[in-house]
Design a protein around this ligand. Structure first.
Ligand SMILES: *[C@@H]1O[C@H](CO)[C@@H](O)[C@H](O)[C@H]1NC(C)=O
Ligand SMILES: *[C@@H]1O[C@H](CO)[C@@H](O)[C@H](O)[C@H]1NC(C)=O
Ligand SMILES: *[C@@H]1O[C@H](CO)[C@@H](O)[C@H](O)[C@H]1NC(C)=O
Ligand SMILES: *[C@@H]1O[C@H](CO)[C@@H](O)[C@H](O)[C@H]1NC(C)=O
Length: 385
């Protein structure tokens, strides 16, 4: 079944533009960028930027863009709604997990109290299931129940979606984050309770032009996006390289090696990596990470963290990830982060992972526009603008 989403992007910006041509979102974006209005547009119109219109359904958007906000290059999140009438939540679109959950009003944890909480009794389409759910992330846990309701992502209406309502979010992590919940975009095999993930439901309901989504992450507060159903060429240059998914859980791929200063420094006989929008940094096995830190000239402080003198960044080498025989250099400016209130010290964005997997997080995705293709079980990488 195809959900009909009516075209309704009418702008009322104060400089006199009230309507913009909408043959293609790319064009819209270019026009707005020329006029310096893109940020304001994204701020005011979270939904309904179409990037493609299928000829057969001129009124239907099957490629939609979900704008994300970026806090300190650590959290990227966008707004979805759940229920009838809609209750809004900000969520991380996380390719490293596969469940959707938000806080519920039956949760008394500080993390819930400081965020939007879903109230089932105020949604006429809500159905409880009596099922429990518990999910452990690298940074925090949630426990809760499973409910079923309509979930709207950008302008896509996903009916009968099972999702978690947290009743407890122990620990400190979720207290301070900007987002309310998480929307997992990994494969169904990762989903707690075997719940069909949002994207699988979208595929099953034939909501999308193509069964893929793509991610562009900016360093700016605004301008990042997840595009559901399509690829937007205005976010990258050059061609897309396709890499087969090696294991369908995370978005996992095989990596050939990691090179610094023309020398293979890690992953030398090949290794497994995941492209993970829900991880801020790049993580790998501790010994390999240590070798990379030394090779780029990062020094360990008393907390075990690695930092560099910011004024040295210009002279620091690229860290090159070789995947499918193709080199993906990440420059020092991309793998270091300025510390607030300390102009001189920059943190290295490489960190130890607890597993053997390499995690190519936001640090990598900011440099490479990433396409997550469920139809062909492959990842596409292209040089981001
Ligand atoms: C769900 O958790 C609650 C509270 O811990 C418990 O009372 C209930 O029996 C659990 N339900 C199921 C189906 O496991
Ligand atoms: C897809 O939708 C059909 C009909 O709505 C349903 O019977 C089927 O169980 C769904 N499959 C999945 C994987 O959710
Ligand atoms: C990472 O692992 C290395 C080697 O085991 C250790 O020396 C370093 O302190 C670890 N870093 C952090 C931040 O834990
Ligand atoms: C950083 O490097 C510059 C240039 O080499 C030097 O002048 C400055 O003292 C260094 N800062 C620190 C904190 O080491």
């Amino acid at each position: 079944m195809r959900s009909l989403v009516l075209l309704c992007v009418v702008l009322a910006l104060s400089d006199g533009i009230t309507r913009l041509p909408l043959e293609r979102g790319k064009k819209l974006r270019e026009i707005l960028r020329e006029k310096g209005l893109l940020h304001r547009f994204l701020q005011h119109h979270r939904y309904d930027i179409s990037t493609k219109f299928p000829h057969a359904f001129p009124d239907v958007l099957t490629v939609v863009s979900e704008p994300l906000l970026n806090t300190l290059d650590m959290e990227y999140y966008g707004t979805i709604s759940i229920g009838t009438p809609p209750q809004d939540f900000t969520v991380v679109f996380d390719t490293g997990s596969s469940n959707l959950w938000v806080p519920s009003i039956s949760c008394t944890s500080p993390a819930c109290q400081s965020h939007q909480m879903f109230n089932p009794s105020q949604s006429s389409t809500y159905k409880g299931t009596g099922q429990n759910l518990s999910i452990h992330y690298g940074t925090g846990d949630m426990e809760g129940t499973v409910g079923c309701d309509t979930v709207t992502v950008a302008s896509l209406v996903d009916t009968n979606q099972l999702f978690g309502l947290s009743t407890s979010e122990p620990g400190q992590f979720f207290v301070y984050v900007k987002f309310d919940g998480i929307l997992g975009l990994g494969y169904p095999s990762l989903a707690a309770d075997g719940i069909t993930p949002v994207f699988d439901n979208m595929m099953n309901e034939s909501l999308l032009e193509q069964n893929l989504f793509s991610v562009y992450l900016s360093r700016e507060t605004m301008g990042s996006t997840v595009i559901f159903g399509g690829i937007d060429e205005s976010y990258f240059t050059g061609s897309i390289n396709w890499i087969p998914v090696s294991y369908q859980g995370y978005w996992q791929i095989s990596m050939d090696s990691i090179i610094v200063n023309k020398q293979e420094i890690a992953c030398s006989s090949g290794c497994q990596a995941i492209i993970d929008t829900g991880t801020s940094l790049v993580a790998g096995p501790a010994l390999d990470i240590g070798d990379i830190q030394s090779a780029v000239g990062a020094n360990q402080n008393s907390y075990g963290e690695y930092s560099v003198n910011c004024s040295h960044i210009v002279a620091m080498p690229d860290v090159v990830f070789v995947i499918g025989g193709i080199q993906y250099p990440v420059p020092a400016l991309a793998y270091t982060e300025q510390i607030q209130n300390d102009q001189g010290t920059c943190m290295s964005s490489f960190q130890n992972s607890s597993a053997d997997l390499w995690i190519l997080g936001d640090v990598f995705i900011r440099v490479y526009y990433s396409i997550f293709d469920r139809a062909n079980n492959r990842v596409g990488l292209a040089k981001a603008i």
